[in-house]
Design a protein around this ligand. Sequence first.
Ligand SMILES: [Fe+2]
Ligand SMILES: [Fe+2]
Length: 165
Amino acid sequence: MEYDIIDLLFLEHKKHLDDIEDIQTLFKTARETLKEKALDILKEKIEDICYELTVHFKEEEEGLLPFLYEKIGDKDGLIKTLLGEHREIENLCKSISLYITQIKEGQNKWSELRNSINEFLHHLNDHILKENFYLLKLAAENLDKNTLIKGYQIAETIREEHGLD
Ligand SMILES: [Fe+2]
Ligand SMILES: [Fe+2]
């Protein structure tokens, strides 16, 4: 059986759900120890996942959503909602980076950082579940295998262009 865009996105979602747990643990360690090193580890993890997410969103926006829209339109406004959530999650990534930078400069922005991380993780979790149980099911029901494979190839090209394997 050939690999398609649904398989790829589902696997990436699984990794992102694991990342959510890691970030919670890393934040707790950084906050409780106030160690520069712990904050740097959290910073790196957040930057990694935020970069992966921008690529992941592009894969969805170019390798799946256009095909689904062409076939069934924007059923219940799902596509519009998901696109809005992509931009919102990207903005939360920027806020988190800003607060981490400010903390490193000596400002007390721990409460703001905690809130933005909680909001980021909540939105991300909710977004992933919405896609797994709604978007990917709709795609499986409405798109043929060739289209799904074509979507996978588009996503793979995007990943390569962004240095992800
Ligand atoms: Fe998405
Ligand atoms: Fe997704």
